[in-house]
Design a binder for this molecule. Structure first.
Ligand code: AMO
Length: 434
């Protein structure tokens, strides 16, 4: 590609070639302005009709919005221009002409519904505030990786095509694998445990999970990004410390490195890094507090899972991130270990944002016989999981971990209304393409 200057780097006195999209054209008669937009921002291109070549003026002012152009010219200071500088063009090339009928207006003057936006993501991502969400997403994932490395974890990648499910049979997507039934993986759960039992000890993975959930809600996806951790010689409290550290690292990185993006999203005032330790309350205390709010039609009893309204009521009551610990064993999966002195209580925990659940985790059952019993109690056939259970016979250390919903983290951090806003191409009940 020809040398090209990003619009934010154009300084008065430079001769530059800038390339990007036609954001707007304002024709004031004798003078006209074209606003060119690239990934770094916008720059004004000035056309003084009487003093410039007619062809150049015509090409510049007749081009359809959102066409791609390349402009060469001198940069001058102009306090009235949006970025304080403007370019007087010497040449202008239309690189790729846009159809004047756009399905979506990237200048944001005309609102589009979410469905139209998702159908036209390329145009949608030309909006500053939408680009900002994905710049922040990238920064969060970078910071999370760095924080895991500081916690001495090794990044792993595990298969997404598997022979069995782990998170409940009804939420599986079946596929055909060379004539045999297989599934899209719901979670790296068993693989990350198998590696925590190796010399690698502490692992993390950032990857897709697939859930054939029937729900079509603002906080469920059928393909989500899970941020998983598993650590040998960790108990549930150690895993909670890691989860808390990861969530805080994400907030801190956004606070430090994304001020422009927060401004584009109008969040510069509102955005706050969570302060202090996240509260840890037991499941028993959680249901007492929820019942005491009086927000629920029916009182919760021991053993109930927490419905959405209960999570909301408790979230409002607590007012910040918090953990719910010691869930009843019967509502946690087979791989979660019971507490030492009470087998009806599990070491399972959830990390909650006041709006929703972000994380599930716990200490794992690492004793071979107990693990086999757990499978049987949950109606699963241990023989199908032999590749997993047999490794528990060869020196499996106590271990713990968690799964953090990547999009839920982004959604709650930015206060997005819909989880789909945090994914480029969401998969849900209605969407299989794009
Ligand atoms: P769980 O099924 O609770 O636990 O998932 C962990 C976290 O992943 C996110 N999540 C989702 N986000 C969007 N759409 C979905 N359909 C969806 N499903 C899950 C949530 C949730 O808290 N193996 C365990 C984790 C572990 O124990 O390590 C697991 O998958 O934020």
């Amino acid at each position: 590609m020809q040398d090209r200057t990003y619009t934010e780097d154009a300084e008065p006195g430079d001769e530059v070639t800038v390339a990007g999209w036609v954001h707007e054209i304002r024709d004031l008669g004798g003078i006209a302005f074209l606003i060119l937009r690239d990934t770094t921002g916008k720059i004004q291109i000035k056309f003084e009709k009487d003093e410039m070549d007619d062809d150049l003026v015509e090409t510049g002012l007749d081009v359809a919005r959102e066409s791609v152009i390349r402009v060469t010219g001198d940069v001058e200071e102009e306090p009235r221009a949006p970025t304080g500088v403007e370019v007087t063009p010497e040449s202008l090339e239309v690189v790729s002409e846009a159809d004047p009928e756009l399905p979506l207006d990237p200048s944001g003057k005309v609102d589009a519904d979410l469905s139209t936006r998702l159908d036209n993501r390329t145009l949608d991502l030309r909006k500053e505030e939408v680009q900002a969400v994905f710049e922040i997403r990238a920064e969060i994932l970078r910071a999370v990786r760095e924080q895991f490395r500081e916690f001495r974890c090794t990044e792993i990648n595990t298969p997404k095509i598997v022979a069995t499910g782990t998170e409940g049979g009804t939420e599986l997507f079946p596929i055909t694998y060379f004539g045999e039934e297989a599934f899209m993986n719901q979670s790296p759960q068993l693989f990350k445990q198998l590696i925590a039992g190796s010399n690698v000890e502490r692992v993390f993975e950032i990857g897709p999970i697939f859930r054939a959930e029937e729900h079509n809600t603002p906080r469920h996806l059928n393909e989500a990004t899970s941020i998983d951790f598993e650590g040998a010689f960790c108990d549930a409290h150690d895993a909670m410390d890691v989860a808390e550290g990861i969530v805080k690292a994400a907030y801190e990185a956004v606070n430090e490195n994304c001020s422009e993006e927060l401004e584009a999203l109008d969040l510069e005032e509102e955005f706050e890094v969570p302060e202090g330790d996240f509260l840890r309350i037991s499941y028993e205390e959680a249901i007492e507090r929820i019942n005491a709010t009086g927000e629920l039609d029916e009182q919760l009893v021991w053993g109930d899972d927490l419905p959405t309204e209960a999570e909301k009521a408790l979230g409002q009551d607590v007012g910040g991130h918090y953990f719910i610990t010691e869930w009843p064993s019967e509502i946690k999966p087979f791989y979660i270990k019971d507490t030492e002195d009470d087998e009806t209580l599990s070491t399972g925990f959830d990390l909650m944002h006041p709006r929703m659940e972000l994380v599930s985790g716990g200490q794992r059952e690492h004793r071979h016989e107990h693990l086999i019993e757990g499978f049987e109690q949950q109606g699963l056939d241990p023989d199908q999981f032999e590749y997993y259970t047999k490794m528990f016979k060869y020196g499996m250390p106590p271990h713990a971990g968690f799964g953090l919903g990547g999009e839920r983290l982004i959604m709650t951090l930015l206060g997005l209304d819909n989880i789909r806003e945090a994914v480029l191409f969401p998969r849900d009940r209605q969407r299989l393409s794009p």
